[in-house]
Design a protein around this ligand. Structure first.
Ligand code: APR
Length: 321
């Protein structure tokens, strides 16, 4: 049986970590594509030269030719420019839309049966554009945002409560921007509501709510916090890990319930837009969107987030993409 083939479009910061994770986890053969000559070849040579140490047989190669992504099972896209300090994800719109258009045309040409995970920002617009240009079925074009946003939310909760992050279940919905909706009511530690634990810790419901609000704000601004500290570029380790979790769910047909940017067709009252929601991820990509009831304020926060996504997509359409 042939090994899975995973193409990475964009060999920058995230692309490099993706390639290394694919190698050390032995997920399949990885092809790292970038437009900069020699750059992806250099990165993958460096990774491959650790194969004797890490003990992997997977072939990790670099290329400047789209022909080398032929017959990929999964394609993960990070091509584009990252944010600079003070820049919003939306500022990236025009530049990255041009890049995404050419990427989508080439992926459609060379890897027409692949399942695609988009990471490039502004995410909700880029995933929409990729699907539109490639003409791929909606279930095979998925955006990565919610897995990372939720991981950030879970991490901050774990730090606050002093418990293992492995025992935290926490999820964010909505767009990958400042309007994302971290779901406090469903956040739990092995089933125990986080809010109850915070109230017991602080013996004061008001203080517990204040602490949770601070966690929510930090989650929403977490990407910007990293950008500000790095000064050159944006987060790259955590987005790569998030996309790998999604890729594993597809490769191993895991049926994981992951928060991803999926195309909605009436679910959560949204028609015809890509929005962050929990979905069953397996060999067919998004196999089902998982709907559940939202409290009034959660629904209105999600509606607000969907409005922001619509604005972004409409702006992209006005720009002629
Ligand atoms: N085709 C392929 N690769 C391209 C193209 C293109 N048309 N244009 C640019 N690239 C490459 C760049 O050469 C660069 O190596 O995309 C890579 C992007 O890498 P980085 O600049 O290091 O950015 P990174 O941190 O990996 O983030 C990539 O993901 O999270 C988002 O906001 C982030 O949009 C950004 C993307």
């Amino acid at each position: 049986m042939r090994r899975a083939k995973i193409a990475l479009i964009g060999g920058g910061q995230i692309g490099g970590v993706l390639a290394q994770l694919i190698a050390v986890r032995q997920l399949g053969d990885g092809v790292l594509f970038d437009i900069v000559e020699d750059f992806p070849q250099g990165k993958t040579l460096d990774i491959a030269e650790a194969s004797a140490i890490d003990g992997f047989d997977a072939r990790i190669t670099g290329t400047n030719s789209y022909a080398d992504i032929a017959d990929s099972d999964i394609v993960i896209i990070t091509a584009g420019l990252p944010r600079k300090p003070g820049m919003s994800r939306d500022d990236l719109l025009t530049t990255n839309a041009k890049i995404m258009k050419s990427v989508a045309e080439n992926v459609a040409k060379y890897a027409p049966n692949s399942t695609v995970i988009v990471i490039s920002n502004p995410l909700d617009a880029m995933v929409t554009l990729f699907q539109k240009v490639s003409g791929f079925p909606y279930n095979r074009v998925i955006g990565q945002a919610g897995v990372l946003d939720s991981s950030r939310f879970a991490t901050f909760i774990a730090w606050e409560l002093g418990v293992s992050v492995k025992d935290i279940n926490a999820m964010t919905l909505g767009g990958h921007g400042d309007t994302m909706v971290p779901l406090t009511r469903y956040a739990n530690v092995n089933g125990i509501p986080v809010m109850e634990l915070l109230e017991r810790k602080y013996k004061d419901a008001g203080k517990a709510a204040e602490v949770m609000n601070a966690i929510i704000e930090r989650t929403k601004m977490a990407g910007g916090e990293v950008v500000k500290l790095l000064k050159t570029g944006s987060a790259f380790y955590s987005p790569a890990s998030a996309a790998i979790q999604m890729a594993e769910a597809i490769l191993f047909d895991e049926k994981r319930v992951l928060p991803v940017c999926a195309h909605l067709n009436g679910q959560f009252g949204v028609e015809g837009y890509y929005v962050g929601v929990p979905a069953i991820i397996g060999k067919d990509g998004v196999e089902n969107v998982v709907e559940f009831s939202l409290a009034e304020e959660e629904k209105s926060a999600l509606d607000k987030s969907v409005d922001a996504v619509k604005e972004l997509v409409d702006a992209m359409n006005r720009l002629g993409f």
